[in-house]
Design a protein around this ligand. Sequence first.
Ligand SMILES: Cc1cc2nc3c(=O)[nH]c(=O)nc-3n(C[C@H](O)[C@H](O)[C@H](O)COP(=O)(O)OP(=O)(O)OC[C@H]3O[C@@H](n4cnc5c(N)ncnc54)[C@H](O)[C@@H]3O)c2cc1C
Length: 512
Amino acid sequence: MKVDKNKLASVWGKEAQKPVFNAFSQDIETDVAIVGGGITGISTAYALNRAGFDVVVLEASEIGRGTTGYSTGNLYAPVDSRLAELEKKHGEELLKEVVASRVAAIDFIEQRVKEFGIACDFRRVPWHLFTTTEETNGREEILHEQRAALTAGLEVSSRVPAGFPLPVKDVITIPGQAQFDPLIYTRELAQNIHSSRCQIFENTKVLDVLDKNPCIVKTANGTVKAKQVIMATHTPKGIYLVHAAMEAKREFAMAVRLKGPLPNSAVYWHATRESQFSIRPYRSSAGDFLIVLGRSYAVGKENQMEKSYQSLEAYLRAHFEVASIEYVWAAQNYRGADHLPYIGKSIGNSNVYIATGFAADGLVYGTAAAMIISDLIQGNKNPWAKVYDPTRFTPAASAKTVLNENFNVGKELLKDYLFYDRSTELSTLKNGEAKVLTVDGEKVAAYRSDTGKLHLVSSVCPHMGCIVHWNDIETSWDCPCHGSRFSIEGEVLEGPAYKALSKPVNSTGNSQ
Ligand SMILES: Cc1cc2nc3c(=O)[nH]c(=O)nc-3n(C[C@H](O)[C@H](O)[C@H](O)COP(=O)(O)OP(=O)(O)OC[C@H]3O[C@@H](n4cnc5c(N)ncnc54)[C@H](O)[C@@H]3O)c2cc1C
């Protein structure tokens, strides 16, 4: 079971429109600059613009084609790491507030769909968490989640729904959750709010943000001066304390055609011993697909990618009659140390806001971030601002992840520097192979394409100095420390790094 690289693409996008916004071309002054045009950035632009602020959105590629366009488009009040776990870590009151904020965020999306008539197939569907008869345990987990959902004020049923696609052992259902096409929603929301007072630029990479009064946002084609800046870049660009408290995970998703009909529309979360698999039927003008994802792996862990892909495909084939795999894609998550996002002003920031740590629940959290940050900027009281405040200190709830994450960063740095490959034999690199090497005294990441072309970049991540690792499936260099990813030419693909991997000074690879 090898990934067919020709299938590497997200299922969304076929029906979304082409780029509609120009690139940034001259200096501007504005109230708020938003870096990043995913669901978080565009929803925040909507909320602030409606509140009377002048807004500028700067998107490095195209609106919605970051993680938002690689998600599964499920909108639900529960969370990936379980409501029961949140209650255990933070108590009943906080659990209720998290759920209330997520319910309000789903309503916000539904209201925007109605306000602008966005044809993103938004529909209310049930959410199911279940185990199947093949599992010997898992009942406790489901019961705990049922109790936590009831405590949080959600309606919960434990009856097995008619027409359930798998042989259920235990199930809980929460009605009134939702599904949509995340790419069409975000792009059409952007088109509807775009105006002289809400300017949106695509293909405009922000190169630096200076947290001043006003803030200076630098791009290759000029600067934006803004009273406030929002880092809506999934993980904030540059150096922020929250990076030390977040795990960066990657996950494969697949959209397949089934031999038989699709299951009923719903969000299906299958809790297996190995992992949680999320299943979503998707009916579109291009046909019917079953979207499945699960089994995440730490970014930059070479030996885990293939395994993660293989276990997803094995899961799919074991549980459904798959006719063909049509799309395969991977995308990234950042989980907060105490399993809550960081939304608001970060420690040490005056006029810069962050919105990150959404784990795999960020279509909803990103929308909640828009509601919270727009209130904070207006000076309004927001009921959930404190829950997600990035300056919160939750030592007991965060300790394990912070220790793990920093141990991991230290371990990666030490391991990579101690056991770095000191061979200078670039010529031994076969076609299709990649390696980190020391060449002419420089740490180099070398990849030789299938046609024999050598691509050399520095192997030192410009974010915090870790060594990048090869991602054979997506043909990229990935940093195991904080999740920055780079193309074979060194350009930043995602993650906190601003700068590209530099080109080696001494080694050109020409002699090879
Ligand atoms: C496989 C997978 C499935 C998921 N499914 C779901 C789901 O069903 N439901 C759910 O709620 N959540 C889901 N999530 C999580 C969710 O997709 C994300 O949390 C959410 O999309 C984050 O939105 P965002 O706008 O914050 O980030 P993004 O959508 O990543 O947007 C950030 C934008 O910033 C831009 N950017 C980055 N750097 C710069 C720069 N220097 N200058 C300018 N722009 C820049 C990027 O190009 C990007 O467009 C899933 C995640 C994964 C990985």
